[in-house]
Design a protein around this ligand. Structure first.
Ligand SMILES: Cc1cc2nc3c(=O)[nH]c(=O)nc-3n(C[C@H](O)[C@H](O)[C@H](O)COP(=O)(O)OP(=O)(O)OC[C@H]3O[C@@H](n4cnc5c(N)ncnc54)[C@H](O)[C@@H]3O)c2cc1C
Length: 384
């Protein structure tokens, strides 16, 4: 699985070609995330803006030679994301387009909802959001308190969300709320940010600053029933299970971002230290070998979830390993440049901050470890 077929090799080469421009803007957008406007003009961001929109719904999906790409398969996403994240992981998160909301839409939306959602995203580059995490309850879907409640004939959303990527820039997105008790009472709804009662503000952050993490307040936001995702599906398919499957699909991509950050740290050292002592050379070679091993795991996790969307166990392992690698690589790299390295080399400082952001995104390593121990006990982690 480490070797890419010709189709994915072409994609990787294209992303590599496009990544230079993304990299050139990385520090500028990190310093002032409002400079995002410069980023979204780049071909790489234009591609990311259509990622997860099925090719047969796009007027001009990315074509390379005889192949068409839309990122609806996880393996395609991890190949593209690793390359672009090695230029700037925050830029990957900052891209307009479906992102995490696109995964749940693909899973739960009916034909009418898909048509509406994809058309909105194809008519102009628009940001979307996926709001699960809450200020008091975190991202534990079982505990969420945002309510989807009846008000006469109408439905309304009331509650608060926090650390939601891109929400303050978005035009539309998905809010996960509780309609009734228990796991089946969890409901995902499509929401437009122009609705009365919806407010989102950017949060000050240390890492992945371009991603635009936001806090959302929902004050009796009206939602019509035709915006309830999964309305045509049995309750078991659209409740908490759907949220869990969404993360299973997305998590190998987060692991690929971390892998990209580790690569960027390694590359920075090789580019800026012409000569290395033997011990330094060994440390760098060891890091390169670990990057190679984790890449294999990330690709295996993506292939696993493509084969079975309910199987996120390997994705959890991949995320833990890739984030640990990013943290180790970004801690190691400054040691090649002396005690003031993070001041003298701002990119090394940014890479270390971004690695920590990835640790929290999509569940911390503690939570992933709990999840894969449970999978192991159920016998799902065999053959890895
Ligand atoms: C860059 C970024 C992007 C994000 N994007 C989004 C988004 O688009 N939408 C969204 O809804 N959310 C988003 N989030 C929020 C993110 O999903 C959550 O912050 C993350 O899942 C952590 O969950 P939590 O806040 O509930 O923390 P918790 O899971 O409560 O963890 C808090 C601390 O307690 C520890 N801990 C918790 N439980 C245990 C346990 N049982 N055993 C041991 N230790 C434990 C954790 O390791 C951690 O150190 C984003 C976060 C980041 C950093």
């Amino acid at each position: 699985m480490l070797e890419l077929d010709e189709r994915l090799q072409r994609l990787q080469a294209q992303m590599r070609e496009w990544s230079g421009e993304v990299h050139r803007l990385a520090l500028e957008v990190d310093a002032s995330p409002e400079n995002i406007e410069k980023l979204i003009e780049l071909p790489a961001l234009r591609y990311l803006a259509t990622l997860l929109i099925p090719a047969d719904r796009q007027p001009s999906p990315l074509r390379l030679g005889p192949h068409v790409y839309d990122g609806t398969r996880c393996i395609e996403r991890v190949v593209a994301i690793e390359e672009l994240a090695s230029a700037d992981a925050a830029a990957v998160l900052a891209a307009p387009g479906p992102s995490l909301s696109g995964v749940i839409v693909a899973q739960l939306a009916d034909e009418e909802q898909k048509e509406w959602y994809y058309q909105r995203l194809l008519s102009a580059p628009r940001w979307t959001f996926f709001a699960l995490t809450e200020p008091a309850q975190g991202s534990n879907a079982g505990q969420l308190t945002t309510r989807l409640h009846r008000d006469g004939d109408a439905w309304r959303l009331t509650g608060a969300k926090r650390y939601v990527g891109g929400a303050a820039r978005a035009d539309l997105g998905v809010v996960v709320a509780r309609r009734s008790g228990g796991p089946l009472g969890v409901t995902a709804v499509l929401v437009e940010t122009s609705e009365p009662g919806f407010a989102a503000v950017p949060l000050p952050t240390v890492g992945l600053r371009a991603a635009g993490l936001s806090a959302i307040t929902l004050r009796e936001v009206p939602v019509s029933e035709d915006r309830f995702l999964g309305r045509h599906l049995p309750a078991t398919a659209r409740g908490m299970n759907a949220v869990t499957r969404t993360f299973h699909q997305f998590r190998p991509g987060v692991a690929a971002m971390a892998l990209g950050v580790a690569r960027a740290a390694h590359k920075y050292v090789t580019d800026h230290r012409r000569t290395l002592r033997v011990a330094e050379r060994h440390r760098l070679d060891e890091l390169a070998a670990r990057i190679h091993t984790v890449r294999r795991l990330v690709r295996l996790a993506a292939a696993r979830v493509d084969a079975d969307p309910t199987d996120g166990a390997l994705g959890s392992v991949a995320k833990v390993r890739a984030v640990a690698l990013a943290e180790q690589a970004t801690a190691l790299a400054p040691r090649f440049f002396g005690s003031g390295a993070r001041l003298d080399h701002p990119l090394l400082d940014k890479l270390a901050r971004d690695a920590l952001g990835l640790e929290f995104m999509e569940g911390t390593s503690h939570m992933q470890k709990l999840s894969y121990v449970q999978s192991h006990l159920k016998g799902r982690l065999t053959g890895v």
